[in-house]
Design a protein around this ligand. Structure first.
Ligand SMILES: Nc1nc2c(c(=O)[nH]1)N[C@H]1C(S)=C(S)[C@@H](COP(=O)(O)OP(=O)(O)OC[C@H]3O[C@@H](n4cnc5c(=O)[nH]c(N)nc54)[C@H](O)[C@@H]3O)O[C@H]1N2
Ligand SMILES: Nc1nc2c(c(=O)[nH]1)N[C@H]1C(S)=C(S)[C@@H](COP(=O)(O)OP(=O)(O)OC[C@H]3O[C@@H](n4cnc5c(=O)[nH]c(N)nc54)[C@H](O)[C@@H]3O)O[C@H]1N2
Ligand SMILES: [Mo]
Length: 716
């Protein structure tokens, strides 16, 4: 045994031990990370993993989640064959069938609805795994519909939309060269450990940090020179107040504004409504502290801002709040400069890697003419105008109400029942469908509602193209055979396209040929990428050129950074504001019964959505679904650490353990999502949505709490 350990340490593949070390990536987080993994394989089984040294992303490191890969890929509930439902929906009774049978049933049912009522009756959905998206999207298009929705209906896209409105492109904060970092909703130590490492380095270099977070987090403790603690979802008011302070004090870049910013005067007039007299009442942040933060922005620039993918967006005014925050970058002249906010095109699946692929062309070449507007397009017109796809938060409603038209079938890859708000409504919708296919690694609760379940394989079992910031691309090789009869999602889609006879030769030619198509403008080939176990630097990468984009004229209607959106102004029928206006996160209704604000979803290091709750190693780090509440609130309600408590809303209640802590603001309850036995999304209202983006207000709902066994209502 000792000898094997030595050999493992020395990384010597040895005939005696029969162990080989192969390189792959961890797909537990998605999509930007995908850390390099060394898999130690013996007799076709992964027996140990380590981070890959020299990998440009993680250079040997892995987080708690990544280190649990072995238990994740060998989870007991892995599906090993295609399954056909023989019991009632949701019961979980299935019989194994062959791939041929499964494909035949899918083809008949999907084509059946297409012939009977049209291709738009089928909705295609992809969960948090993003790697298969171009193929699922192209499949939907070639099938004849724009009804393609993903989990990005609740993640990141809201911020992306805000950038698109303002500048026509995504943007990233240049932490490596900034003087002050505005870490708005920034706690990478729990959500992006590699980002945490970069923040540590910046801190050592002397970068000033302003952290804006209702909680006291590791980022606050390790980094913050100033910690602003707004109540959740009041960020728009705080940002507008800060804009006003910057403007009043002349801490802005007038010349830059005159040249490159559109709508400044209207914005300044609106921001003037957020001032010394109301800022603290609106946000909870003392005015003087906001002034100090603005002074720091003025004195210590350039300023980079955290690009938040979730907590800012998860409020009913989320996208507008985001716009107000990025306005700070424009008025201080920090957009498109070294150490500021830098425009960057997406290379491939939401990653800005510094070179272009033909991902967009891969899709647009087959966009169906004459397709009906997809799910959610009517209700969230700005979403549709900017994203051109279905908004998943409207999926259950449309299935149930059949308005503007019915959805008969759902073809899903990785649908998690507990991702969207109002689980009961989602379940009702799944029950109503005529035909539902789910593809997953595991027999999840959502899969139990499916007619056909298809077994997907993990990143260890497939070859996958991926790009990284800094100009890198990689094409992994499988390190083990797929478990049972599992296949890669892309392979499933390409094969099903063949069985269904879709007129799409490129899709039918398979994943690898599609990648060849998408990287045809690059001088690296699939073969070269596959032969390199580490990511390859792509020669076509182009370095960032400061100021190039603003000087050339932005891809917005005005050609400038739009504080006042021309696009929104052109569409009064949308009923949306062209300025980044502010609205309170919660209405007063229900305050007496539900006096607390529920923030559902701040990341915990050992869980990722629904994926890891069933994985013993990571689960053991926080074994029980636990809610963080303020010590003051706990004391008032007689709640001690570890006490069972009930969190309740007008939708129902869940039972969890209490964790009173000084880290959270009084009046707030923080609870992570995805637990089967304590599903916080079941408590949320499916109509509490941001009208601009369609995003759910996961992070601000009214709730009550009480100690189990107590009969008192929680009136604090
Ligand atoms: N361990 C782990 N890592 C993850 C994930 C996971 O589930 N687990 N999920 C991945 C995904 S899909 C995403 S989108 C990212 C999200 O990544 P992050 O945005 O970093 O995630 P959060 O931890 O939700 O939010 C960051 C901080 O925002 C604060 N916050 C919450 N609400 C508000 C608010 O209204 N205003 C302000 N100013 N701050 C607020 C929280 O207290 C938290 O400290 O994480 C990714 N990484
Ligand atoms: N309350 C609350 N809800 C939230 C959030 C929150 O902050 N609070 N965050 C939202 C955000 S930001 C996000 S990104 C979403 C997360 O979105 P979800 O889609 O809920 O994420 P997961 O649970 O990680 O994954 C979905 C499913 O994909 C399966 N899967 C994993 N790998 C593969 C694969 O390679 N192929 C296939 N076919 N399936 C696979 C998993 O087993 C799982 O069943 O949740 C959103 N929901
Ligand atoms: Mo996300």
């Amino acid at each position: 045994m000792e000898r094997i350990d030595q050999l493992l340490k020395a990384k010597i593949p040895c005939e005696e031990t029969g162990i080989t070390i192969k390189h792959t990536i961890c797909d537990i987080c998605s999509p930007s990370f995908h850390c390099g993994v060394d898999a130690y394989v013996k007799d076709g089984t992964v027996i140990k993993i380590e981070g890959t040294k020299g990998h440009p992303m993680n250079d040997g490191l892995l987080c708690t989640k990544g280190l649990s890969n072995r238990q994740y890929i060998y989870r007991k509930d892995r599906i090993r064959t295609p399954l056909k439902r023989i019991g009632k929906r949701g019961e979980g009774n299935f019989e194994p069938i062959t791939w041929d049978e499964a494909y035949k049933i899918c083809a008949e049912r999907l084509l059946g609805w297409k012939e009977k009522e049209g291709a738009d009756r089928v909705l295609f959905f992809g969960g948090y795994t993003k790697w298969f998206r171009p193929w699922l999207h192209r499949f939907a298009f070639s099938f004849g519909t724009e009804n393609y929705a993903t989990e990005s209906s609740t993640c990141y896209t809201s911020g992306l939309m805000a950038w698109e409105i303002a500048t026509g492109k995504p943007a990233k904060g240049d932490m490596a060269h900034c003087g002050v970092f505005l870490g708005w909703a920034f706690n990478p130590y729990h959500s992006r450990y590699l980002g945490g490492k970069k923040a540590d380095e910046a801190k050592k270099r002397g970068v000033k940090f302003i952290i804006v977070d209702p909680r006291v987090t590791p980022a606050v403790e390790k980094l913050a020179d100033i910690h602003l603690r707004p109540r959740g979802g009041t960020d728009g008011a705080l940002a507008l107040g800060m804009a006003n302070i910057l403007i009043q004090n002349g801490w802005i870049d007038k010349e830059y504004i005159d040249r490159y910013v559109h709508g400044f005067d209207a914005f300044a007039r609106y921001a003037a409504g957020f001032h010394e007299g109301n800022l603290e009442a609106l946000t909870g942040v003392p005015y003087e502290q906001a002034v100090e933060a603005c002074r720091m922005i003025h004195e210590c620039g350039p300023m980079a801002i955290n690009e938040s993918s979730a907590p800012l967006a998860h409020h009913r005014n989320g996208m507008q709040n985001y716009r107000a925050i990025m306005a700070l970058s424009a008025i201080t002249g920090n957009y498109d400069r070294v150490g500021g906010q830098q425009p960057a095109d997406h290379t491939y699946i939401h990653q800005c890697s510094g070179f272009l692929t033909r991902e967009k062309e891969f899709l647009e070449a087959v966009r169906p003419a004459g397709a009906k507007k997809p799910v959610g397009a009517e209700r969230f017109p700005l979403w549709y105008a900017l994203e051109g796809e279905a908004q998943a938060t409207d999926m259950a409603r449309q299935i149930l109400e059949e308005k503007p038209y019915p959805i008969r079938a759902l073809f899903a890859l990785g649908l998690n029942l507990r991702m969207l708000p109002d689980t009961e409504q989602v379940v009702k919708a799944l029950e109503k469908l005529d035909f539902f296919v789910d593809t997953d690694l595991f027999l999840t609760d959502a899969a139990k509602y499916a007619d056909i379940v298809l077994p997907a394989c993990s990143s260890f079992e497939r070859g996958e193209f991926k790009t990284y910031p800094g100009g890198y691309a990689v094409y992994t090789n499988p390190v083990i055979e797929p478990l049972g009869e599992a296949k890669s999602d892309a392979q499933i889609l390409c094969e099903l396209a063949g069985v269904m006879g879709l007129e799409d030769d490129l899709l039918k030619s398979g994943y690898e040929d599609s990648i060849r198509y998408m990287i045809q403008d690059l001088s690296v080939t699939v073969e070269e990428l596959k032969a390199n176990p580490l990511p390859t630097l792509v020669p076509e990468r182009t370095p960032y050129k400061a100021g190039g984009y603003v000087r050339q004229g932005l891809c917005t209607k005005s050609g400038k950074f739009e504080l006042d959106s021309c696009l929104i102004k052109e569409h009064p029928e949308w009923g949306l504001d062209s300025l980044p206006t502010y609205r309170e996160p919660l209405s007063q209704a229900g305050e007496a019964l539900y006096p607390f604000t529920l923030c559902a979803g701040a990341r915990i290091p050992n869980a990722i959505h629904s994926r890891l709750h069933e994985v013993p190693w990571v689960r053991s780090l926080r074994p029980y679904p636990t809610a963080d509440i303020a010590e003051e609130d706990a004391a008032k309600l007689g709640i001690c650490d570890g006490d069972p408590i009930e969190i309740f809303t007008d939708r129902g209640s869940i039972h969890v353990k209490a964790h009173p802590t000084a880290r959270v603001l009084p009046g707030m309850v923080h609870m992570y999502h995805g637990y089967r036995e304590a599903n916080v999304n079941g408590l949320l209202n499916g109509d509490h949505l941001d009208p601009y983006s369609g995003f759910p207000a996961y992070r601000s709902s009214r709730c009550g709490i009480r100690k189990e066994g107590s009969t008192d209502e929680a009136d604090s």
